[in-house]
Design a protein around this ligand. Structure first.
Ligand SMILES: Cc1cc2nc3c(=O)[nH]c(=O)nc-3n(C[C@H](O)[C@H](O)[C@H](O)COP(=O)(O)O)c2cc1C
Length: 363
C-alpha cells in the first residue's frame, strides 16, 4: 500500500492490509469483557462483537486474549492457550465475516498486572486464598496502588516459554478464522513492561539499553510471524508514551515501529499509558492521534488512531489528513453499536453502510 498516495482517503474508503480488505476505516478497539469461563468465549462475546459487525464496523477486534492462564488480568479474561478456546472464537469469526467485518484478535500477557479481580469486583490484586496466582515480569517491581503484588523476575527460560505461548496463540487464532492479529505491547502489560525503563531494570540482554528492552518484543514478533501467515496482517499496539519523564516515549516508539516493520508488522495501533499509576495523562478528543501521525510519517507504516474519538467529522478528518489509516473506537461503540451507520448519515454517505438484509428498509 502506498500510504502517501496523493488522493486522500476517507472514513468509508476500504483499507487493504496484506491480502485483507476492510470495508471502511472504522474498527472496534479491543475491550476486555471479563466474561469468559476458563478463558472460553461465551455467548456474550458473540453478541458484543457480532452487534458491532452488524453495525457496520470494518474491523472488529476481540479483547486482550491471554496466551496463558498466568497471563490473564482476571479469572474472567478471554484465553487462547488451549485448543478448547478455538471453536467458540471460530463461531464468532464466522458471524463477523458473514456480516462483512474482518475478525481481529489481540493476544496478550498481563505480566505484573495479572491475578486481579474483575473490575466490578473491585479490580484489586487477588490474594492466593481468593484464587490469585503467581505473576511474572521483567523485574520484581510492583505496579502499586490496588496492584501491590511483587512479580517474580522472569528467567531466560520463562522468556522463551512466554514467546512460545504467543506463537502457539497465533496458530490458534489462525485456526479460529481470525484475519488480523494484534500483539498487545501496551498499557503496562508484560511486553510493555520489557519496553519501559520504568518497569525493566534487568541487567541481562533483555534490559538496560533500548536494543535490549525491545528484544523481548522483537523476538516474540519473529516467533509469531513464523506462524501467522504472510498473507495476513499483523499489528502491534504500543503505549507510545508512558507520560512520565525518563520513561518510554514517542521517539523510542518511532524507532521501535521501524524495527517492527522490518519484522513483518503491518500496522501500529497507537495508544499510551498504563505503566505506572500516577502518570499525568492529558486525556481529550484524539489525544493519542499525534502519535499515530508521527509513527505513520516517520516509520512509514500504517497506523491506527485511538482514544476519545467519538465524532464522525473528527474520525473522518484523521483519515483525510493522513494522520492514521484507521480509527478505532472503544467506549463510543459501547454506547452506539451502530456508530458506522450513524457516521455515514452524518457525513452524507448514507449508502456507505448497507443494511443487513434482515433489517432492509428500516435502516
Ligand atoms: C471496557 C474496556 C475494556 C478495554 N480492554 C482493552 C483491551 O482488552 N485491550 C486494549 O488494548 N485496550 C483495552 N481498552 C482500551 C480501549 O481499547 C481503548 O484504547 C481506550 O478505551 C480508548 O478509546 P476510547 O476513548 O474510544 O474508549 C479497553 C477499554 C474499555 C473501555
Amino acid at each position: 500500500m502506498n500510504i502517501h498516495s496523493s488522493s486522500p482517503a476517507h472514513l468509508f474508503q476500504p483499507l487493504t492490509l496484506k491480502s485483507i480488505t476492510l470495508r471502511n476505516r472504522i474498527g472496534v478497539s479491543p475491550m476486555c469483557e471479563y466474561s469468559s469461563n476458563d478463558g472460553v468465549a461465551t455467548d456474550w462475546h458473540l453478541v458484543h462483537l457480532g452487534s458491532r459487525a452488524v453495525g457496520g464496523a470494518g474491523l472488529v477486534m476481540a479483547e486482550a486474549t491471554a496466551v496463558s492462564a498466568q497471563g490473564r488480568i482476571t479469572p474472567g479474561d478471554a484465553g487462547i492457550w488451549a485448543d478448547k478456546h478455538v471453536e467458540p472464537i471460530s463461531r464468532i469469526s464466522r458471524f463477523l465475516k458473514e456480516h462483512g467485518a474482518v475478525p481481529g484478535i489481540q493476544i496478550a500477557h498481563a505480566g505484573r498486572k495479572a491475578s486481579a479481580a474483575r473490575p466490578w469486583d473491585g479490580g484489586a490484586h487477588l490474594a492466593d486464598a481468593d484464587g490469585g496466582w503467581e505473576t511474572i515480569a521483567p523485574s520484581p517491581l510492583a505496579f502499586g496502588g490496588e496492584l501491590p503484588k511483587i512479580p517474580r523476575a522472569m528467567t531466560e527460560a520463562d522468556i522463551a516459554l512466554v514467546q512460545s505461548e504467543f506463537a502457539a496463540a497465533a496458530g490458534r487464532a489462525l485456526a479460529a478464522g481470525c484475519e488480523l492479529l494484534e500483539l498487545h505491547a501496551a498499557h503496562g502489560y508484560l511486553i510493555h513492561e520489557f519496553l519501559s525503563p520504568l518497569t525493566n531494570r534487568r541487567t541481562d540482554r533483555y534490559g538496560g539499553s533500548f536494543d535490549n528492552r525491545i528484544r523481548f518484543l522483537l523476538e516474540t514478533t519473529r516467533a509469531v510471524r513464523a506462524v501467522w501467515p504472510e498473507r495476513l496482517p499483523l499489528a502491534a499496539r504500543l503505549s507510545c508514551t508512558d507520560w512520565v519523564d525518563n520513561g518510554w516515549d514517542i521517539e523510542q516508539s518511532i524507532e521501535l515501529a521501524r524495527r517492527l516493520k522490518a519484522e513483518g508488522v503491518d500496522l501500529i495501533d497507537c495508544s499510551s499509558g498504563g505503566t505506572v499509576p500516577d502518570a499525568k495523562i492529558p486525556v481529550g478528543p484524539g489525544y493519542q492521534a499525534p502519535f499515530a501521525e508521527r509513527i505513520r510519517r516517520e516509520a512509514g507504516l500504517p497506523t491506527a488512531a485511538v482514544g476519545c474519538i467519538t465524532e464522525p467529522t473528527h474520525a473522518d478528518e484523521i483519515i483525510r489528513n493522513g494522520r492514521a489509516d484507521i480509527v478505532l473506537l472503544a467506549r463510543e461503540f459501547l454506547r452506539e453499536p451502530y456508530w458506522p451507520r450513524l457516521a455515514a448519515k452524518i457525513l452524507g454517505k448514507k449508502d456507505a453502510v448497507p443494511a443487513p438484509i434482515q433489517y432492509g428498509r428500516a435502516w
